[in-house]
Design a binder for this molecule. Sequence first.
Ligand code: CTP
Ligand code: MG
Length: 173
Amino acid sequence: MTVLDIPELALVALVGISGSGKSTFAGRHFASSQVLSSDAFRAMVADDENDQSASAEAFDALHYVAGKRLRAGRLTVVDATNLQPHARAALVRVAREHDVLPVAIVLDVPEALAWERTEARSDRTFGRQVLARMSRDLRRSYGQLAREGFRKVHVLRGTEEIEAAEIRYERLF
Ligand code: CTP
Ligand code: MG
């Protein structure tokens, strides 16, 4: 079992390529109301969870809601790839604005497995090259995450480690 220590009030950023199992992980470990997913926000603002042209508006709304939750002292999980430094910087900023600790959980699965899963989905239509680019972004992310301001960076490598992970909440006071 891999125990992931997380402050009981935190902004948790899931980090991983498409098909790494972020939404599955979020659904298993957190209440649905705690999880803000980029897909859901794209659907909210553009009626289409895959409409990448709606990303800016979707994330704007997601950050707004995250801020509302953190202000109320509610643990919040961001289910998005979070592979780009600017995407993570926005989350660190929202957390800091509300005196909440930002934490990252990286799900790292082999690209081939992620592709196999993605290909099997009717709600994902992007090509192999897009996934390859995400993998490059993930590898680049490793050297950057800690100094971006994340209080903790938990890395789960491979399906077994992801499967065996348990969240343990740390009392803040
Ligand atoms: N899946 C699986 N076994 C796991 C985890 C996920 O078979 N242990 C499947 C899911 O059922 C889903 C696909 O793999 O069909 C992708 O998993 P998902 O959790 O949706 O991955 P995400 O990282 O959320 O992908 P995306 O970034 O595209 O939302
Ligand atoms: Mg998902």
